[in-house]
Write a protein that binds this ligand. Structure first.
Ligand SMILES: [Zn+2]
Length: 269
């Protein structure tokens, strides 16, 4: 499933190729995505893509008088292709921009293509999203304040997108390892010092994943569309029973909120 770093890598790949271009056509081959693709998108021709931004895992194509909202869901990918490229079975949506097209491939159809003419930050899908982890808004003081009085485990706290958006299962486990915090610790018990380590770890973990994906950016326009899904070397994620890379203790796995958490019982007291 595309996580925040993959979506950011996608944004960085699309922005220089699409920004400033005029939409010349729209094709919706399958409107039954996570939500039905609204008819409004068929009338996008003539608008200019001014900028491509990201909020959480949503890509926002600023068209001046509104935004095209794209989400990759479980299995979606976006590619920039020559306009004559024949569509495959799962290529549900194309945005034609003169000599190139933006194509959404989504075999499981949990992705989204939506349009909003209103203030995009107030869109129902975006209005309740938490702090952007890579923005300056996420500071140790802010995280410390947000966690006060909170009894849920810090791992589950980090994964709640209404508080901090886009820290998925992999990045929550990895960030907690990097900051030496036990994933079961109550969020409200995190000290100021731990909040400082944790914020630095969250940003470093996400940025490392973006950098790993960035190495595939030059191939972004390629037909295989494998952008962003770079192999990464995890400290704990998916390493149950294997030796901790720091202390050689066996990595443990536990279930928290129906999700697997991986941690080192020695490094994360
Ligand atoms: Zn360890």
């Amino acid at each position: 499933m595309p996580e925040l770093p993959e979506v950011e890598v996608t944004r960085r790949g699309l922005a220089p190729r699409l920004s400033g271009r005029v939409i010349s056509g729209v094709a919706v081959r399958e409107p039954r995505l996570r939500w039905p693709v609204p008819r409004d998108v068929l009338a996008l021709a003539g608008r200019t893509v001014r900028a491509i931004r990201r909020r959480g895992k949503y890509l926002l194509l600023d068209c001046g008088d509104g935004h095209l909202i794209l989400h990759l869901g479980m299995s979606g990918s976006l590619r920039v292709l020559p306009p004559e490229t024949p569509p495959g079975k799962h290529d549900h949506f194309d945005l034609l921009l003169g000599d190139r097209l933006l194509r959404l491939r989504d075999p499981r159809r949990f992705g989204a293509v939506l349009w909003t003419a209103g203030a995009v930050a107030a869109h129902p899908l975006l209005a309740h999203l938490g702090i952007e982890p890579l923005s300056r808004a996420l500071t140790p003081a802010r995280l410390h304040a947000l966690t006060r009085g909170n009894r849920i485990a810090i791992k589950n706290f980090l994964m709640d997108g209404r508080r901090i958006v886009g820290v998925g299962n992999i990045y929550a486990s990895e960030s907690l390892f990097r900051s030496g915090i036990n994933p079961r610790k109550r969020a409200g018990k995190i000290s100021q010092q731990e909040a400082k380590k944790l914020v630095a770890a969250i940003k470093a973990t996400l940025q490392a994943a973006i950098r790993a994906g960035g190495s595939t950016l030059r191939d972004f326009a390629g037909a295989d569309g494998a952008a962003g899904y770079a192999q990464q070397r995890h400290y704990v994620y998916d390493r149950a029973g294997k030796n901790c890379r720091r202390c050689k203790t066996a990595i443990r796995k536990l279930l928290q909120g129906q999700r697997s958490t991986y941690f080192c019982p020695t490094c994360q007291k």
